[in-house]
Design a protein around this ligand. Structure first.
Ligand SMILES: *Cc1c(COP(=O)(O)O)cnc(C)c1O
Length: 396
């Protein structure tokens, strides 16, 4: 079936069926094409493939059937015309930036981005003459004021990491388009199961497949989803030449991850909701950030823009870094690791890990305090997670 044929199907069906192209072996599960190159019938066919006269595989830096299956499945889930897989989430962002920007251009991005993304925009892109401005995610006046005639795109994550602030995608898409800019949304936290930015007006969606798309903490990868020309031709063109392509093995892991994504996101969301609600009433907890809580400042927006609230919860403990570290060190069940989107619950101190490389000023601007702890709530029994955190809170 072609991509369009999946338009009439629901997300569950797309997640398990889209992108499958059976070989003559009639396999039920998608195979891994672990091959770096492909053979030709003749020298003439090789020439025709290289000149572009004939479509077909040449080399896995250009195309690979397993990577293509992953790309088509994710495109079907996001509702995009095209998708390209990349070696990591960061290379998806880099490929997008290198494709869309030239020296003298400007980017407006939200202040609470994933730390490495902030670092890419503020430390690496300036070497190539590209400047970025960072604005508070939900301050729409600041977004508009930061746009200059050289601004090419607005870039954001919603919900944000680690404070779970929620931005109005439709509103920012309108603002971007009024200024001839694109809107790019990093949809890592929600995945297409909980939020489809393209349907809300965004132009491109970025993924770190490392997180929920894999969902079991095994492989590093990324993707960009959007229109056929920007993604299917321009960004793909950059990737083929520059090289940060997705490995077929990783693509297969992500492809199979997409089959259970809808089920997993539901349990991540239910568990996170239960824990966030419970944390609000625990002594020593100053504040809990989770879009599903009625007290969350953008709870209403999250309820209309998303179909669930996701698995990321952050909370601030009294006593700053010392208490936060003691709490983390007192857990027994949850894993101390900076990854997120895993079946296993992970606990992180953002100020000294994921957000440790950005400047203290940038950290303060995005609200990452010394007492802040981030949980990526997994698929364990929520009662066991509560017991673990209760013990840790008592010792912090
Ligand atoms: C992890 C992450 C990235 C980077 O992805 P990698 O696969 O680690 O390169 C980008 N954005 C968000 C929101 C992330 O959580």
């Amino acid at each position: 079936m072609s991509q369009q044929d999946y338009d009439e199907y629901g997300l569950g069906t797309r997640g398990v069926r889209a992108g499958q192209h059976r070989t003559n072996e009639m396999e039920q599960s998608e195979p891994i094409f672990l091959t770096s190159s492909f053979t030709f019938d003749s020298a003439a066919q090789a020439a025709a493939r290289f000149s572009g006269e004939e479509n077909g595989n040449i080399y896995s830096r250009f195309t690979n059937p397993t990577v293509r299956a992953f790309e088509q499945r994710l495109a079907a889930l996001e509702g995009g015309e095209a998708c390209v897989g990349t070696a990591s989430g960061m290379s998806a962002i880099l490929a997008t930036a290198m494709t869309l920007l030239r020296s003298g251009d400007h980017v407006v991005a939200s202040a609470g981005l994933f730390g490495t993304t902030t670092s890419l925009f503020s430390n690496i892109l300036p070497k190539f003459g590209v400047e970025s401005s960072f604005v508070p995610l939900t301050d729409y006046t600041a977004w508009e004021a930061a746009i200059t005639p050289r601004t090419r795109f607005l870039f954001l994550e919603t919900p944000s990491n680690p404070l779970t602030e929620v931005a109005d995608i439709a509103r920012l898409a309108e603002l971007a388009h009024a200024h001839d800019c694109l809107l790019i949304v990093d949809n890592c936290f929600c995945t297409p199961v909980l939020q489809r930015p393209l349907e809300l007006g965004a132009d491109l969606v970025i993924h770190s497949a490392t997180k929920y798309l894999d969902g079991q903490g095994r492989c590093v990868g990324g993707a960009v989803v959007g229109d056929r020309k920007t993604v299917g031709e321009e960004i793909l063109g950059f990737l083929r030449t520059a090289g940060p392509t997705m490995s077929p093995f990783n693509a297969w892991v992500f492809l199979k991850g997409l089959e259970t994504l809808r089920l997993r996101m539901r349990v991540h969301s239910d568990n996170a909701m239960a824990l966030a609600d419970w944390l609000q009433h625990q002594p020593g907890v100053r504040k809990v950030n989770y879009p599903g809580l009625a007290a969350h400042p953008q709870h209403a927006l999250a309820s209309s823009q998303q179909t669930g609230y996701g698995g990321i919860v952050s909370f601030e403990v009294e006593g700053g870094r010392e208490s936060a570290w003691r709490l983390i060190d007192s857990t027994r069940l949850v894993s101390i690791t900076a990854n997120l989107g895993d079946a296993k619950t992970t606990i992180t101190h953002p100020a000294t890990t994921t957000h440790g490389r950005i400047s203290p000023e940038q950290r303060a601007a995005c609200g990452v305090t010394e007492g802040l702890i981030r949980l990526s709530v997994g698929l364990e029994d929520v009662a066991d997670l509560q017991t673990d955190l209760e013990r840790a809170l008592a010792r912090s």
